[in-house]
Design a protein around this ligand. Sequence first.
Ligand code: ASC
Length: 548
Amino acid sequence: RIRHYRWEVKYEYKSPDCYKKLVITINGRSPGPTIIAQEGDTIIVDLENSLLTENVAIHWHGIRQIGTPWFDGTEGVTQCPILPGDTFRYEFVVDRPGTYLYHAHYGMQRESGLYGSIQVSPRDGVAEPFDYDYERSIILNDWYHKSPSEQATGLSSTDFKWIGEPQSLLIQGKGRFNCSKLTTPSLDPDACNQTKPECAPYVLTVIPGKTYRLRIGSLTSLSALTFQIEGHNMTVVEADGHYVEPFVIKNLFIYSGETYSVLVKADQDPSRNYWATTSVVSRNRTTPSGLATFNYYPNHPRRSPPTVPPPGPVWNDVESRLAQSLAIKSHQNYIHKPPQTTDRLIVFLNTQNQVDGRVRWSVNNVSFNLPHTPYLIALKENLTDAFDQTPPPTGYDFVNYDIFKRTNKTNATSSDGIYKLQFNTTVDIVLQNANDMNINNSETHPWHLHGHDFWVLGYGKGKFDIFNDPRNYNLENPIMKNTVAVHPFGWTALRFRADNPGVWAFHCHIEAHFYMGMGVVFAEGIDMLKNLPSSIMGCGHTKGFHRP
Ligand SMILES: O=C1O[C@H]([C@@H](O)CO)C(O)=C1O
């Protein structure tokens, strides 16, 4: 079946957290419309860019784009940006059931509110390994009052200006900023208005006794989050489109780019409402928790719960986050066994550095620059001067590098070189975290791979030991995902098959960190691709390739 959408993307004034600012909407909405489809459907999105002065591109997060690598929506990697006034057709197949996302993938534009969810149900007659009565999608997000261009300018200038902590957290596009905290009051009485219905808390209405599947995704710019529903347990059943061996939690840790389905039974005292909250973890909390109402029908949805909202675990409790990561295994009836050996191991040291007087993030001491000619076109058309042909390093100085020491600021370089993977081989990636430029500090980075799912083989603390740690890999029932966290001062090991012809970004999903160079690009099977659509061309070295 074909699901055809027509989307107009434009700026509008909105107040998702009561503070009025420019937000990028799809057909007037942010979050944009939920794409609801069935396994095997073809999605067509005709996108009209009405941003007037800004380019755009949309990435279909978690959709592997098998056979359509040119519609992955990653500006600079798989396509030229869509110019103001232009329309662009994305057309791809959703080949697996599950919970996915879509969002802008151009500069730091995702932060402007251009995002939404994709829900794919199984084929007719195919059951899922759990039961529920109803389902809801919830996207969690953090929210800044400054525009992405203002933030990006601060990040890329020699007079570095960090974006800081977000002003609020949004649950399904709704948050609450305390207007009395505004540092520059406005004459416009509507500039920050907490009585606006637009920023009333999101209400999740449930019928007592029923079970709900919550499809929860995070598209935060920066924050790692915990999500909890006061007095209710949650059972994790799906992660990034893969069924999980169910386990029960009180709070869900979720990193930017991840999706989970949890089951919640409305089995508490039905005479009142409850709080659903989300709070920042992994960075010292200065942002107030995001609040939603878990509303037991027939109580009034605006009736405040009689309790204090639960704050969730303390921000610096790394152990419980690591424990939850380790608890996520493949459902026993849906195990895709990984290859038991690998053809190639690449270790990625994650560091913060200074490059040419700018604060950047680096992978093996190389900070990534996005080129203006998309790699996919450059590789297919052999435009060898479009990017640096030297591949970046596949490891770092394992013997001498101390991951617990502050980064040696100056020893990094920047490059737009890429990793070429031999088609149909098995690739292992170990993400190695380290101390950044601050004393005793290592951040959480959620890494997202385009075009593939990977097996999560293991997590560890400290420095990855190439000889011993692989002996403890989970090769029996690892979960497959497209986004995974590397915890502070730890490592995460992944395995994937390089079996999807195309060019694929692999990057930290923190918007500012990717912008500051925290990413790499893989290319595989380019010679197997037939002609590229000319709609993706027209920029950089591909000027004149575009035939409208
Ligand atoms: O990239 C980052 O920069 C700041 C800080 O390290 C420099 O001020 C921070 O917290 C980041 O995550």
